[in-house]
Design a protein around this ligand. Structure first.
Ligand code: SF4
Length: 324
């Protein structure tokens, strides 16, 4: 059997092109080599969310994008974290063996404390334990991560190792499947593309919306007039050409440096190429959106298949811990 890979994503609703180029395309490609479990981590989302009125919509919209992009429920297990409650059981058991000092040192905890000073909840501290439970419940051997996420995975490996030392070899220590996640800047040209920051372009946007959004993008700030020569290497529109218009990239860079092309014209070309490249995805998505029952069935089937693995792991864990 192929090695097992686990990856979870917070249900943030409709995905943007940063999600697509940075993660979803990788998810799709990994399916050729691994047995993949892809999870919408709704419990994690609760660490920074008190209003859950849009949670179900956000899960559905994200999964719609996943499926339309080629994540295949026949080959992969696609499910929602809370639909397999065994993960919470494992989280509780692992929390008994995880030193608090490890958790307090995690940089993301410190960042979250700064970001949401009025909602520093217990779940934030235990976040790495739940993340570990997500991975090792399914005995995943590999987790696709970017280099910057290696410390997060290290804590999961430490917790798995500690469990194995205390109660006997139970879990594989998950390895990093180092994956290049290209950093996609948002339309502001400064921050990573993010829905929260409002600097994104939704994958499922209409061609007109896409053009409108691209037109708002910040370009080379030194190019104030059409006649000013530009610096494509610092321009985010040019960066996006790498993915959507690679064949014309050199030519456009040259024209930009000589002020032979204006930013408006370049943006129009990029939006057109983007729309062209996303057309098949958008058509599939529109079709899937007419079948809400299909999405529910995919997630129910995914949860059922994930639960078969989860129940077996929990049985083994309890036995090894002396609980049965
Ligand atoms: S012409 Fe294109 S590459 Fe040059 S600054 Fe304008 S948008 Fe950027």
């Amino acid at each position: 059997m192929n090695k097992r890979v686990f990856s979870g994503a917070r249900p943030t609703g409709r995905q943007h092109i940063g999600n697509y180029l940075g993660a979803i395309q990788n998810y799709v490609n990994l399916q050729d080599e691994y047995q993949c479990l892809y999870c919408a981590v709704d419990i994690h989302a609760l660490t920074s969310m008190t209003d859950t009125s849009e949670l179900q919509d956000n899960i559905r919209e994200m999964v719609l994008d996943w499926l339309a992009a080629g994540m295949d429920p026949e080959r992969s297990i696609i499910f929602v974290q809370s639909h397999v409650p065994e993960v919470m059981e494992l989280h509780t058991l692992l929390s008994m063996i995880t030193p608090l000092g490890w958790l307090m040192r995690v940089p993301t905890f410190k960042e979250k404390v700064k970001m949401q000073p009025d909602n520093i909840n217990y779940g934030l501290v235990g976040y790495p334990v739940l993340m570990t439970a997500d991975i090792i419940l399914y005995k995943a051997e590999a987790v696709p991560v970017g280099e910057d996420q290696l410390p997060h995975l290290e804590i999961a490996r430490e917790i798995a190792r500690r469990f194995n030392n205390l109660f006997g070899n139970t879990f594989p220590e998950p390895q990093a499947k180092l994956t290049s996640f290209p950093l996609i800047l948002g339309l502001d040209g400064k921050e990573k593309m993010s829905k929260q920051l409002g600097n994104d372009i939704e994958l499922a946007a209409t061609p007109e919306e896409t053009l409108k959004r691209v037109m708002t993008a910040v370009t080379d700030p030194a190019r104030r007039y059409r006649t000013d020569p530009g610096h494509p290497e610092i321009c985010n529109i040019y960066k996006l050409d790498e993915f959507f218009n690679p064949s014309q990239r050199d030519e456009i860079a040259d024209q930009c440096r000589k002020a032979d092309i204006g930013c408006v014209e370049h943006k129009e070309t990029l939006a057109e190429k983007m729309n062209e490249s996303l057309r098949p995805f958008r058509e599939r998505r529109a079709e899937l959106a007419t079948k809400p029952q299909y999405i529910k069935d995919v997630l129910a089937d995914g949860a059922q298949r994930a639960q078969v693995i989860a129940r077996e792991t929990i049985r083994e864990v309890k036995q090894n811990m002396g609980l049965i």
